[in-house]
Design a protein around this ligand. Structure first.
Ligand SMILES: Nc1ncnc2c1ncn2[C@@H]1O[C@H](COP(=O)(O)OP(=O)(O)O)[C@@H](O)[C@H]1O
Ligand SMILES: [Mg+2]
Length: 363
């Protein structure tokens, strides 16, 4: 099905080919649905058989992410492999690469799964502005880092944090020991607290031929550290965020969709918060904006196809349905101009992303 060169670098997959996806959450589900529209088969690798992606995919392998042999067998059954979360273990990423082209590549995983490596890469390699940071491996380190960076500040685990999990705000010296007790013995990073004006993000894609397509700037509001609402296109976009995202994509020789989160200061200056080497929650609005949505865009890139149009026809406000909020589906279904996306999760827990709605903004 595929026209492979020796490294698989320029592999172009025809319809009917199989794209493997490591991870079976809602992002995997929406990637599989988009793939189906393009005539591509999807094979999900997940530790949980009854995952959100299960119903949407062509095939399912149930296995642990650190089961290197299983991942290799899975990759061999696919024409290309991608992932829907950044915590794929390095050895498994290597195994996947031996079985099929891995897109985005393993470098993107290495950089984004460790906040210390990520911030160092953004600052030292690319010269981008990030929050002040210091590595913290002990209570003594933490005391020293708080002196250096000042109060307030945020202690975060270097790895495995998401939706605000694995982070504690330190407001006064009296909070230091409690914060360390909560996150130790994990390796941590301390970040200066950024008094931002607003949070924005760029979702952008890069194809196998180096073509880049960035969606417009999106403004994001978080509640309890979880994304609540995204509005696109955001006001006052001077194009600098998309330029930085392009720089990151090129430096990593990246193929696929990436999300880049920024803090924007009152001066307009942008500080990069973090990068996600995958489709991103702040890009869900693209599904109902009259352009190629981020899921199709990612599948196109992974399949080696030309990228689609990333210019929306109208504005969209995306609102996440967290926990019980998804129970309002019937009321939402009665609202005109609302597009409902539910993830099919059987268990509804507080703080769990159950779905989202896109509301068209009338211009
Ligand atoms: N250094 C910081 N200064 C101010 N707010 C922060 C800082 N770090 C995180 N936050 C807030 O917490 C949210 C989640 O943190 P983030 O680092 O993006 O982790 P994740 O999204 O992986 O949970 C951010 O979007 C922001 O609202
Ligand atoms: Mg984040």
């Amino acid at each position: 099905m595929s026209l492979k060169d020796q490294q698989g670098a320029q592999t172009v997959l025809s319809p009917g080919s199989t794209i493997g996806i490591l991870g079976g959450g809602q992002l995997g589900r929406m990637l599989a649905l988009a793939g189906a529209r393009l005539g591509l088969k999807t094979h999900i690798y997940t530790p949980e058989a009854s995952c959100p992606a299960a119903l949407a995919a062509t095939e399912l392998t149930v296995g642990e992410f650190d089961d290197v042999d299983r991942v290799l067998d899975f990759a061999k059954s696919c024409d290309a492999v991608t992932y829907e979360f950044e915590n794929v273990p390095a050895l498994s990423a290597k195994a996947a690469t031996s079985g099929a082209p891995l897109r985005p590549n393993a470098d993107a995983l290495n950089v984004s799964q460790d906040r210390l490596v990520e911030k160092t890469f953004l600052k030292e390699k690319l010269g981008l502005e990030v929050a002040g940071f210091a590595a913290v491996n002990s209570l003594d380190d933490l005391r020293g880092a708080v002196k250096e960076l000042g109060l307030p500040c945020v202690l975060k685990t270097r790895r495995f944090g998401y939706d605000g999990k694995g982070q504690v705000i330190i407001k006064s010296e009296g909070d230091i020991e409690g914060a360390w007790d909560r996150l130790s013995p994990a390796e941590c990073i301390l970040e200066a607290f950024v008094s931002f004006e607003r949070e924005v993000s760029i979702v952008a894609a890069r194809g196998v031929d180096g073509q880049i397509a960035a969606y417009p700037l999106t403004e994001n509001v978080h509640k309890n550290h979880i994304l609540y609402q995204s509005t696109a296109p955001a006001s006052q976009d001077d194009g600098s965020a998309a330029k930085m995202a392009g720089q990151i994509l090129e430096t990593l020789d990246y193929v696929g969709v990436m999300g880049v989160e920024f803090f924007q200061m009152a001066t307009g200056d942008l500080i990069v918060n973090e990068i996600a080497p995958r489709v991103h929650n702040s890009g869900h609005w693209t599904q109902d904006a009259g352009c190629t949505d981020q899921f199709e865009q990612h599948m196109r890139a992974v399949a080696g196809w030309p990228l689609g149009q990333a210019i929306p026809q109208h504005g969209v406000v995306m609102t996440n349905l967290i926990g019980d909020e998804a129970k309002a589906w019937k009321t939402l279904a009665q609202e005109a101009g609302v597009f409902i996306h539910l993830y099919g999760k059987s268990e509804c827990r507080t703080g769990r992303k159950m779905g989202h709605v896109n509301r068209i903004v009338k211009s």
